[in-house]
Design a binder for this molecule. Sequence first.
Ligand code: KIV
Ligand code: NA
Length: 263
Amino acid sequence: MRKTLSSLRKMYRSGEKIACLTAYDAGFAHWVAEAGVDVILVGDSLGMVVQGHATTLPVTLDEVVYHTQMVQRVNRTAWCIADLPFMEDVDLATTLKAAGRLMKEGGANMVKLEGGKRILDRVQAMAEIGIPVCCHLGLLPQSVEKHGYKVQGRDEETAVRILKEALELQSAGADMLVLECIPAALAEQITRELNIPVIGIGAGADTSGQVLVLHDILGITLGKPPSFSKNYLQESASIQEALSSYVQDVKSGAFPADCHLIA
Ligand code: KIV
Ligand code: NA
């Protein structure tokens, strides 16, 4: 049976860690779902790990729709989140039109978008329509040309802003939140203060779940993999075994270990 928002909330309330992983095509989506991953993210990270771009900025809405279709053609068990690409969230009408395409044409179960205060009206409108919304705070890859790939929220002012935005997004109707590259203590505090699942990447162990990029955990990312990730293929005999180990480690709390924490 496919994971639903309600079954994910049940996991969240019972304290079971939510295991998320990206996938961008049918072959991988099949094995990722088979490994017991709860949530598949069709991330715009596909621009980097699939298309070979330096950032996620060139990824188009048509492309995310296309990759979501491939994933959803075979995925029978995982909840599927599709990323809203760069500039598809510039105003309310553009956002709703794009989110609608990810759901209708792509077959996504939920739409993820980056940012806080700036997008509150869009989150509220999507929630009212009945589109499940995942928000994304901390390091925002779509803003990388301005802010760089840097840990966010080390200073008090930014930390306070991120917590405030998380609460505002929840009030606006967000159903889930991804926190990327923020100090573990801040992620723990946000997870504690919110009552929706918080999924961390480079955000320590004390969130409701973890998400990683598929290509990073299989060691096929071009260039240097992020320090908060782990190559699971290195200690596995097959891709299937690597995927299962990742899920097991998220569920048991073995991942992230201290060596995956950002200083
Ligand atoms: O695009 C992506 O893969 C993401 C995750 C890193 C959270 O947004
Ligand atoms: Na993304």
